[in-house]
Design a protein around this ligand. Structure first.
Ligand SMILES: C[S@@+](CC[C@H](N)C(=O)[O-])C[C@H]1O[C@@H](n2cnc3c(N)ncnc32)[C@H](O)[C@@H]1O
Length: 364
């Protein structure tokens, strides 16, 4: 539990039985196996099966080599099904579990939303972009926006998504540890979701006035509830990052976490332009994202399968996106793309696909 919580009884939680906890701990271990040893094994098996023959040069050539490997078949099965088990299993799945306490949870979220006043701006008339509406990202049925409990399910789901049994909030702290060491007056969390990123930010940057935008009303209501639980005041609004209603030159910093691969290239470029518009001159647009790998056909084929298996549809397009060019095209003055160093440490994760994660820092 976060240390700055005001009072345990104020906290909205998924009702967890011991069996439920054990089941999700098991799933997390399964994912660690899948993302660590299994990925390594798959790489070695791929190299072995190519042997002395000319290495595949395209995804189309790499795919049949992968398809023949038991390791790839197992990896694909695991990716698809661990996630399904997490959400959908009738006894310990997240959806069934949160629904057992449905009325109470909804009442708590509504009460938080009502007491927020202008700090939470929801927009019933907002048209959700098709790329978002029609994809059940991460196999979360109906996406994270269609049911009042979606925010809570999404927030809980992080526990089994985070590698190496990591505290799910560690990822934010690792990201913020890469930011320039200075004060930021006004910050925007770009796709704030359940708001955990803003909470971790405010703990280490009490000077900041914190804003968060997201398309999902259920997520924003939960973010509001979490802010209240911590005694924090955020300004949250339901907006599309492609069309923000903030004035030009508003923010000192816009931060994000693994957003790029969820947005089709055209929309991503529009959103970058919009982010630059609302940043102050010298402001930073900053955060980590899955890397684009070494460009090898095998990496690209595996990423493509990840896109299909976990409904992260635009990952396949992201690996070909030229962020340096797109950021300069929309007017960012400097663009830095570096390995996301904290994630390369053995302590967090060894030898898996996360070693290609990158840290993006653009300056207006
Ligand atoms: C990768 S998650 C990041 C969530 C959160 N920041 C976290 O740390 O877990 C993507 C979030 O971005 C939101 N999102 C996706 N497309 C968006 C858009 N065009 N405008 C605003 N929010 C968007 C989703 O609803 C989701 O909450």
């Amino acid at each position: 539990m976060p240390d700055s919580l005001r009072n345990d009884k104020d906290i909205l939680e998924v009702p967890e039985s011991r069996d439920f906890r054990a089941y999700h701990a098991f799933l997390r271990s399964c994912r660690n196996f899948m993302e660590g040893p299994l990925v390594q094994q798959m790489g070695s098996a791929y190299d072995e099966s190519i042997g002395d023959v000319a290495a595949p040069q395209t995804i189309e050539e790499a795919q049949p080599v992968l398809d023949d490997l038991l390791e790839f078949q197992l990896y694909s099965w695991c990716f698809r099904h661990f996630q399904r088990f997490k959400y959908h299993r009738p006894d310990y799945g997240i959806f069934d579990t949160v629904n057992q306490d449905r009325d109470h949870i909804i009442a708590e979220l509504e009460s938080a939303a009502e007491s927020a006043g202008d700090d939470l701006r929801l927009d019933d008339s907002l048209e959700l972009p098709e790329y978002y509406r029609f994809v059940d990202f991460h196999q979360h049925s109906g996406g994270v926006h269609s049911d009042p409990l979606d925010g809570l399910s999404y927030e809980f789901g992080r526990r089994t998504t985070n590698p190496a049994h990591m505290d799910p909030n560690l990822i934010y702290r690792l990201s913020y540890s890469q930011f320039p060491d200075r004060a930021f007056d006004k910050v925007l969390d770009w796709g704030t979701g359940h708001g955990a990123g803003l909470i971790e930010w405010q703990k280490i940057h009490p000077e900041s006035e914190c804003y968060g935008v997201d398309l999902s009303a259920p997520c924003l209501k939960l973010a509001q509830k979490r802010a209240q639980e911590h005694g924090f005041k955020f300004k949250l609004s339901q907006q599309d990052i492609e069309h923000l209603d903030f004035e030009d030159d508003t923010f000192d910093c816009i931060f994000h976490l693994f957003m790029f691969h969820e947005i089709p290239p055209v929309n991503l470029k529009n959103a970058l332009r919009e982010a630059r518009r609302v940043l102050k001159p010298g402001g930073l647009f900053i955060g980590p994202e899955f890397g684009q790998g070494d460009g090898s056909p095998m990496f690209r084929a595996v990423q493509q399968s990840h896109a299909w298996n976990n409904n992260e549809t635009y990952t396949a397009a992201w690996i070909d996106f030229d962020m340096d060019k797109a950021a300069r095209d929309v007017g960012f003055k400097t663009v830095s793309i570096e390995p996301f160093k904290p994630y390369h440490s053995d302590k967090v994760k060894k030898g898996s696909r996360v070693t290609s994660w990158r840290f993006y820092q653009l300056e207006k």
